[in-house]
Ligand binder design. Sequence first.
Ligand code: CA
Length: 221
Amino acid sequence: MHILLVEDDPLLGDGLRAALDKAGFKVIWAKDGGMALNLLQTHDYAAMVLDIGLPVLDGMEVLRQMRAGGNRLPVLMLTARDTTRDKVLALDRGADDYLVKTAEMEELIARVRALVRRSAGGRAGALVVGNLKLDLTAHTVTMDDQAIGLSTCEFAVLRALLEGSGRVLTRSQLEDVLYGWKKNVDSNALEVHIHHLRHKLGQDVIKTVRGIGYTIARPTS
Ligand code: CA
């Protein structure tokens, strides 16, 4: 299974390649954005690990161009800075996931595996629980086939809940989805997004598990 790694830093790239290689992936390494776009034309990959800061074309531009060209390859974006702005921008440009560079390699491997699994399993590119459907490709949410407009953060929270359907997600897991880890965030930001989601989807779609976090309610019928 081939992974396209796009990273200009030789040390970090070497580390990433070694870790992905050890995890059983075959790594093709592009060291600038132009080379990444060329390699996208010539090979098929299971996923792409894309640094934001790159020579020739930066990662955001690579992502923008490939999505504009209709390429739906799952992309894990690497951000140097732990800022919400970078992450939201990456998601807006069509990244499937993002990771701060200070994260552990095991976390990166787990995220890449999840991306590959998701794209292989979710052929329709949709997460469905009961009458609620989240389309990962079109970035839309419908309930009983009625479109529901969500913000980027609301979409990310709902996506995590649907992907973890049947499990309880902790507050910190959901905050990671929004802001990355190893960072203290505004203590009630998550509650605000949950509140808005409940307002839009109905009060009983997301259940609070006291002292732990949240879970998506399984349909009773
Ligand atoms: Ca870089």
